[in-house]
Design a protein around this ligand. Structure first.
Ligand SMILES: [Zn+2]
Length: 164
């Protein structure tokens, strides 16, 4: 049972399931279906039951690096943050200066094919147990048409992925 952490309401919070635009991740095209949601009747504080957020974000990261079109700046930023890097650390790793990376992430400078690939492989190098091969995907010209990501909450903190 979960109680409110923000006020003295001792009553257990009522759990509902909602469909939620996951804008907190920095992307506006990710929808979570069946997300657990709690709201304190006394103070109005809201709580989202993301469960293992690392796992959730990893599903999104794995999906982004398999898309057919180039990554957007916001997607690059999501991926960098998912790996846990600051802008300056990540720019060191990929061999870009921080200002250029910042412009790319903000969309002030267009993502090139070489930059897109660099980001994908940098991310893939840190994600274990992938069930796909990025080399293969690129050589075969495969990849997902990706406009929207929909994730449905399943048992045991798993997420079912649907790409549209
Ligand atoms: Zn409260």
């Amino acid at each position: 049972m979960m109680t409110c952490a923000m006020c003295d309401n001792k009553k257990p919070l009522k759990k509902t399931k909602i469909t939620h635009k996951y804008k907190e991740c920095g992307l506006d095209n990710v929808t979570l279906v069946g997300l657990e949601y709690f709201r304190c009747e006394k103070c109005g504080e809201e709580y989202y039951g993301y469960g293992n957020m690392e796992k959730l974000n990893e599903v999104i990261a794995n999906t982004l690096i398999r898309k057919k079109e180039f990554l957007s700046g916001f997607e690059v930023r999501f991926l960098r943050k998912h790996l846990g890097y600051s802008g300056s650390m990540f720019s060191k790793i990929i061999g870009y200066d921080g200002a250029t990376l910042s412009r790319l992430e903000k969309g002030a400078q267009p993502v090139t094919k070489a930059f897109d690939r660099l980001i994908r492989f940098t991310v893939a190098a840190k994600i274990p147990d992938r069930n796909y091969d990025l080399h293969d995907q690129i050589l075969k010209g495969e990849g997902m048409e990706l406009k929207r990501i929909e994730l449905t909450a399943m048992a045991h903190g798993e997420w079912k992925l649907k790409v549209a």
